[in-house]
Design a protein around this ligand. Structure first.
Ligand code: ADP
Ligand code: MG
Length: 464
């Protein structure tokens, strides 16, 4: 059995409480609590008075318990002892966050181990639920797999990896799994960004508290880690993740990760870690198409209790195609504006007010020009080679690829794409796209080439 560093756990709890609470709350109620000792699986702390103890129990017990549980990964309880007035500080009257209850010392203390509905998990957003996640062709598989996992954690689809571009719902879907499990079971869920995981790991190393770190992450029932591309080129934490991964998988605990690209394209990632990811199920999220964009807008407007006409939905869905985040941000923006002005959301207002957003989103949208440039350069050709009529094999393949990617990455029609390629006919573009589709069936490496090109195109257009 691993022995826990109880004092370390308490210190970490205080740090987290300090982060969560208002300054006067924290200094009023927690600065006089002293760590005394460990007693079995309990942490014993001392307080200046029974009044102080009961205040803490009544107002902060649930919060303290949830912190300790997440930090220790165990059912560590906290016990209080009255140690008397050790400082003058505790006589300072601090305003209670709720109404004053002078007789609190005599009132029975609420126990925290009730079987009522669990409190919202402190590491997840309460609105990232399945109910609020709009399904469509672009995310069907990912959403269904996620839902199956939340019904049966550790059994089906383990480990589960959600990948896709920015703002497409990776974090939402991952937290929906966590929220569902947290709400419907007693299982322990840890949800963390890769950045925080790394920071905790480094803290653990630096302060000789690795046992706390290991104990926390290797003894949870469900571990959700967001944006693992962040671990690129960080071998130490990758090694730690590898062991955490194995311990949890052996114990049939559920693992869920998100990543902004397919695992196979993570560079500077240890092979054995990649092969662990390859064991599981991978689901990608694609950008929403027009229909899905409409459905998302309708759903968000419903939740906000705002009525919004089909014309406005159509206008917005047609103009904002980058990702779900931008779409929702635009809607929130226009709702805020019309509420402030006390006006309904009309097409005219939407058009006028969102003009800036639309043009920004168009800009964020890729131009055919950058696609042609990046693809040409990748094959050692010039943009004019792709726009011209030369029929040599390498030029034709690069041209077809650029047209295919153009169709995939932009909303341009085949006619518009043809124009950007030196005035070619839309049937030529269709033909090229079909050629690539055919090749994709027989040449798996082409898929990777295309993904790499898409990434370079995004990087290029972000800089230009
Ligand atoms: P990612 O992690 O992929 O960058 P997020 O999960 O942060 O994206 O999603 C961005 C925003 O879009 C969030 O507000 C999220 O709730 C919303 N969102 C994404 N996909 C959907 C969807 N299918 N239905 C409803 N809201 C969505
Ligand atoms: Mg995210």
């Amino acid at each position: 059995m691993i022995t826990l560093d109880y004092e370390g756990i308490w210190k970490e709890t205080l740090i987290q409480l300090q982060n969560d609470l208002r300054e006067e709350e924290f200094s009023g109620w927690f600065s006089d609590i002293k760590y005394l000792r460990a007693d079995g699986n309990n942490i014993v702390v001392g307080l200046p008075s029974a009044f102080h103890r009961d205040k803490v129990k009544n107002h902060y017990q649930n919060l303290i318990d949830s912190k300790i549980k997440v930090i220790s990964g165990d059912d560590v309880l906290i016990k209080y002892e009255i140690t008397g007035k050790t400082t003058e500080k505790e006589t300072v009257q601090v305003k209670s966050p709720e109404k004053n209850e002078g007789s609190a010392a005599n009132t029975p203390v609420k126990t925290t181990k009730t079987k009522e509905k669990r409190e919202q998990h402190p590491q997840m957003r309460d609105d990232y639920t399945f109910e609020r996640f709009v399904k469509g062709e672009n995310n069907n598989f990912a959403a269904n797999a996620a839902f199956a996992i939340s019904k049966n954690p550790g059994k089906a689809y383990n480990p589960f990896l959600i990948y896709g571009g920015v703002g497409l719902g990776k974090t939402h879907l991952m937290q929906a799994i966590g929220n569902h499990i947290h709400e419907n079971s007693d299982l322990r869920v840890i949800c963390i960004t890769s950045e925080n995981f790394l920071n905790e790991y480094l803290d653990g190393l630096g302060q000789n508290k690795m046992s706390i770190f290991k104990n926390k992450y290797r003894h949870t029932d469900v571990l959700l880690i967001d944006d693992i591309q962040f671990f690129t080129d960080k071998p130490g934490v990758q090694e730690e993740l590898f062991h955490t991964f194995n311990a949890l998988l052996d114990a049939k605990k559920q693992l869920v990760f998100t990543c902004d690209r397919p695992i196979s394209e993570l560079k500077k990632f240890s092979d054995r870690l990649i092969s662990r990811f390859e064991l599981g199920v991978k689901a990608d999220l694609q950008p929403p198409r027009y229909e899905e964009r409409c459905a998302i807008l309708i759903s968000v407007a419903n939740v906000r209790g705002v009525s919004i006409s089909d014309e406005v939905i159509d206008l917005m869905s047609k103009n904002i195609s980058s990702n779900v985040r931008d779409l929702i941000a635009a809607l929130n923006n226009i709702i805020a504006y019309t509420e402030l002005m006390g006006k309904p959301i009309t097409v005219e207002i939407a058009q006028r007010h969102l003009k800036n957003i639309f043009s920004a989103s168009r800009q964020a949208n890729l131009s055919m020009d950058s696609i042609i440039r990046v693809v040409a350069e990748n094959f050692g050709l010039t943009p004019n080679d792709l726009k011209g009529k030369k029929k040599s094999q390498n030029i034709v393949s690069a041209r077809q690829l650029a047209m295919y990617i153009g169709r995939e990455m932009t909303e341009y029609s085949t006619t518009e794409i043809g124009q950007d390629f030196g005035g070619k006919d839309h049937t030529t573009v269709m033909h090229s796209i079909n050629k690539i589709k055919g090749k994709l069936l027989t040449d798996p490496a082409l898929d990777t080439t295309i993904d790499n090109l898409k990434r370079s195109i995004k990087e290029y257009s972000a800089k230009h």
